[in-house]
Ligand binder design. Structure first.
Ligand code: FES
Length: 579
């Protein structure tokens, strides 16, 4: 329950459109009837908008056309009236240059779709990477009762005797292909076996991370996030979510009642315990900005300290999301983590998180480890600061070779992604295993959109020597399915004058993960000379329309890359005037 009184039929928001005895409402009712709707179906009952991020280019949401019907069934059973509202789909595989460029676009669309239509509550259908944060950001700003339905992961991949994980195993076998150890036939077999069903990437990439964090924050039904997309339990979860949103409308239980400071702290703790994607920090910062919850990189690091990695899932562990589901899913992990969590945080069920996970336990203690036998004693993401990243940077130490956690070496600089592509595999590249690869101008403004270019390839010259990991630094992001000693999200970014843009070949760079430091070992007077001579890089990707708006308004990574005019003030969007 919320702290507000239970709503009556007359108080439903949709009744502003359908209730009054005036000309405008006559128009709304007669046009609803044009679609065959009966007056008592859409008046006096909660009208539920189902925001469906489906399209034919989103490989991870191919089951959504069927799931919409399952959600509608639940809404109708509970006495509501379901209406589908298609929203921009952000299919990670096909959208270029990056779905991150369009996360804020979808968040704006979600807010305005909700605001402009006669809906009392919403079901948010997402899963593929940026769809989850975008839906939650928009729903927070609109702040009508909302429940999130995760797409769920796809089934495990298979190739010969190996299981294949999305992304993670692609990078691994691609390195083998580049080094000549895998031929065309084997590569074709891997292509056939790595994506076997509807659903999101089934490693602990950004999709699984954000679906897990949404559940941990209480905005989806308990146990929802790990159900494989094609499992019949996923159908029932969708139907149950449809039923529940109707109750949430009567109770007036809103996103800001659920996505509180306690929920964000729970999300950070769970992010560490699942070995979540580095992208989660950008999205959590953006969501917190929408919720009006003060959260910064230092808070993230403080809350995250000392949380062990419990989920033994690739890329930080050995298993896949299907195994995680059979082992008990997120409720089992939350139960194992219970001493660290705010168990009094509220969920969409109106029960507390503690009540929601009562009785949950792990059925496979190797997949979901207990606190006293973690996969690794420290969890996923570390926040770095120093002269190379005054506003911060992130690294996922659990996905990097441990020998590189403390490393000093000479910079080898690529001025942008084109320069990187042109030179990285050349035989005359002046690279050694000690080199620190630096990619400039790949951040929110520079790329634009902060693409997942941060897992710079290990140069072929080094692969042929057997080197599998090397320190890499950029203002880009990295796929959550990736691995390697990649320092990401360097802020401020190169394209707005950050120190990253001033690095030159041969400069010494020092990374010290235990001390949370990232330093450029160049004297301050030399840096001052370089700063005075710096000019912004040429704009790529055009500078009109949405891209121009994006460049003008996007914040840096340490603030979540939201638009500066969209942060804060949840629910303060004015209700539309109806004349
Ligand atoms: Fe959709 Fe990975 S491509 S989650």
């Amino acid at each position: 329950m919320s702290d507000r009184p239970r709503k009556t039929s007359a108080e439903l928001r949709s009744m502003r459109w359908f209730g009054p005895d005036d000309l405008r409402s006559f128009g709304h009712r007669s046009r609803a009837k044009q679609m065959g709707w009966m007056r008592d179906e859409f008046t006096g009952r909660p009208v539920i908008g189902i925001l469906n991020t489906w399209n034919d280019f989103n490989t991870c949401h191919t089951h959504f056309p069927a799931r919409v019907d399952d959600i509608k069934r639940g809404v109708l059973e509970a006495g509501g009236f379901p209406v589908e509202l298609p929203a921009l789909s952000l299919g990670e595989q096909f959208m270029k240059p990056t779905t991150m460029l369009y996360r804020n676009f979808l968040a704006m669309e979600v807010e305005e779709l909700i605001r402009a239509h006669p809906v009392d509550g919403c079901v948010l259908m997402g899963g593929c990477d940026k769809t989850t944060p975008a839906l939650l950001m928009g729903a927070l700003s609109a702040n009508l009762p909302s429940i999130y339905v995760p797409a769920g992961p796809m089934l495990r991949g298979h190739w010969r005797e190996a299981t294949l994980g999305s992304g993670t195993d692609v990078w691994k076998y691609w390195d083998d292909r580049r080094a000549g150890r895998i031929g065309e036939k084997e590569w074709g077999e891997i292509e056939d076996g790595i994506a076997r069903s509807a659903g999101t990437c089934m490693t602990m990439g950004t999709a699984a991370t954000m679906m897990s964090l949404a559940e941990a924050m209480g905005i989806s039904l308990p146990g929802a996030s790990a159900i494989p997309a094609v499992d019949s339990n996923h159908v029932r979860m969708a139907c149950a979510s449809g039923r529940r949103i109707v109750g949430m409308v009567w109770e007036d239980l809103r996103p800001t009642d659920i996505l509180t400071r306690a929920a964000f702290e729970n999300a950070i703790i769970v992010d560490m315990a699942i070995g979540g994607s580095t992208n989660a920090i950008v999205h959590l910062l953006a969501m917190a900005g929408r919720a009006g919850v003060p959260l910064d990189m230092d808070t993230f690091d403080r809350v995250a300290q000392g949380v062990p990695l419990l989920a033994n899932i690739r890329p930080s562990g050995a298993y896949l999301m299907e195994d995680f589901y059979y082992a008990g899913g997120l409720p089992a992990l939350l139960a194992a983590l219970a001493p660290r969590l705010h168990l009094d945080a509220r969920t969409v069920t109106s029960a507390t998180l503690g009540e929601a996970i009562a009785g949950a336990r792990a059925y496979n203690a190797d997949v979901i480890r207990p606190l006293d036998n973690p996969v690794k004693p420290a969890g996923g993401t570390a926040i770095l600061r120093g002269s190379l990243a005054p506003s911060g940077a992130v690294i996922k130490p659990t996905a990097a070779e441990e020998r590189l956690w403390v490393h000093e070496g000479p910079a080898l600089v690529f001025s942008d992604i084109r320069d990187l592509k042109a030179r990285v595999d050349r035989d005359d590249l002046p690279v050694t295993p000690d080199s620190v690869l630096v990619l400039q101008n790949a951040g929110p403004v520079g790329a634009p959109g902060m693409p997942e270019w941060g897992q710079l390839p290990v140069p072929r010259k080094l692969l042929q020597q057997g080197v599998r990991d090397i320190v890499r630094i950029s203002d880009a992001r990295m796929s959550g399915t990736s691995y390697g000693a990649c320092v990401l999200h360097v802020a401020p970014e190169a394209a707005v004058g950050g120190p990253l843009g001033l690095v030159r070949d041969g400069d010494r760079i020092r990374l010290d993960v235990p001390r949370r430091r990232l330093d450029l070992l160049v004297a301050e007077d030399e840096m001052a000379r370089r700063r005075a001579a710096w000019t912004p890089p040429p704009l790529v990707g055009g500078d009109r329309g949405y891209v121009a708006l994006y460049r003008r308004s996007v914040t840096q990574a340490d603030q979540g890359c939201d638009f500066d005019f969209l942060r804060g003030r949840p629910g303060e969007s004015p209700e539309p005037q109806i004349f």
